[in-house]
Every structure is written in structure tokens, then in C-alpha cells.
Design a protein around this ligand. Structure first.
Ligand SMILES: O=C(O)CCC(=O)C(=O)O
Ligand SMILES: [Mn+2]
Length: 201
């Protein structure tokens, strides 16, 4: 069953977990200001991953902000916790209010243009807990976002627009993978904030 947290309105997954989209979560002025401030103020990193013995640069910039000492390891990469900023704390509070959940870290992605992307994956590392609740805010350019069911291969697509909130919960990480594909010819940037609650082992 899906829809553990929210009414059916906004649910985009047909089964096996929930992903609820609130397209106008932030008003345009708040979203515009946030985009400008985050673009200019965060310390963007360009992490290198080791894949099949080769060093690969992630096709986007990112930064991890979290409670003190709460580093995040994924794909063999340890992201050192940067301190919360005033803007990030403000958005965290809005996400906590709407989800009735607490978050202790946020992974912020910067897609510089339509070439930057994120491949199929799920956020199912043990440290996320068994049924993670992830609150994902989008700012800037519209981008397509896809889910694919691990067993049936069904694909569900949506558009993540400026100021939207997508909340993934329940079995959504276990039963589905997701990605942000390339968008040909797009020149505008997009920032995505995924608020998470890590449970260090
Ligand atoms: O950019 C997005 O909307 C998705 C980000 C994501 O899936 C992640 O950071 O794990
Ligand atoms: Mn993800």
C-alpha cells in the first residue's frame, strides 16, 4: 500500500511506496530569493567517485550540510558535514512542518545546465533507515524526474518545477529507483535540496 503520510492528492507512485508532489510548496518570491542566495553562498564541491577502478567526476556539483559530525557516506564517498546556514535551516523547518518529521542533513545538488544529471539509484543505504522519508525541494529550471519499479520496470515520470516539494517515503527507495535525466539544450541551472534523517550505525 502507498500513501502513508498524505492524502491521495499529489501521489505519483501507483503502488509500493509513496512519492507526493506539492508543485507550489514555496511561493515564487521565496523560491527566487533562495535560488539566488544558495547559488552564491554555498561551497560547491565536485566529488570524484571510483567506478570499476577508474576515477569519475560526478556530473553535477553538490554539498552536504548536516548536524555537527554527521558525515554521509554513499557510493564509497564520505561527505563531510558542513554547518547549517540560515537559509537551509529555514527550508528545513518548512519541510519538517509539512511532513511532521525531523531532518538532520541535506544533500544539495547543483545541475549547472541540462547536461548535468543524476543516474538511476535509490537512497537505500543502511544509514537512511528502513523506510526513509526524504523531502526534496526544487529551485530553478524545470527538470523531468523518473521512477522505475525494480521488479515490474514500470516507469513513472513527473516534472519538478521551481518551488516544488517531493516527499518520498515508505517503500519508495526499496521498490523503485529514480533519476534526473539530461535535458538537451537547457542552459539554466537547477538546485535540488534533499532533506534526510540519517541514523548513524
Ligand atoms: O535532483 C533531484 O531531484 C534528485 C536528487 C536525488 O535523487 C538525490 O540527491 O539522491
Ligand atoms: Mn536520490
Amino acid at each position: 500500500m502507498s500513501n502513508q503520510l498524505f492524502p491521495i492528492e499529489g501521489e505519483i507512485l501507483p503502488t509500493d511506496g509513496s512519492a507526493v508532489l506539492l508543485p507550489a510548496f514555496l511561493d515564487h518570491i521565496t523560491a527566487d530569493d533562495l535560488l539566488t542566495e544558495l547559488l552564491g553562498s554555498l561551497r560547491w564541491e565536485e566529488p570524484q567517485l571510483m567506478m570499476f577502478g577508474k576515477s569519475v567526476t560526478e556530473p553535477r556539483l553538490s554539498t552536504w550540510h548536516a548536524d555537527p559530525g554527521l558525515n554521509y557516506t554513499y557510493s564509497g564517498l564520505e561527505r563531510i558535514a558542513q554547518p547549517w546556514t540560515t537559509q537551509l535551516l529555514h527550508v528545513r523547518q518548512l519541510c519538517e512542518t509539512v511532513t511532521s518529521h525531523t531532518f538532520n542533513g541535506v544533500l544539495v545538488n547543483l545541475y549547472r545546465n541540462g547536461s548535468d544529471h543524476l543516474g538511476w539509484h535509490s537512497d537505500d543505504e543502511k544509514v537512511n533507515g528502513p523506510e526513509p522519508i526524504i523531502a526534496s525541494i526544487s529551485l530553478g529550471a524545470d527538470r523531468r524526474f523518473d521512477f522505475r519499479h525494480r521488479d515490474t520496470k514500470e516507469v513513472v515520470s513527473t516534472t519538478l518545477s521551481h518551488g516544488s516539494l517531493l516527499v518520498m517515503s515508505g517503500l519508495s527507495q526499496k521498490c523503485w529507483v529514480h533519476r534526473l535525466p539530461k535535458t538537451p539544450r537547457l542552459e539554466q541551472p537547477r538546485i535540488n535540496l534533499t532533506f534526510r534523517h540519517l541514523f548513524p550505525q
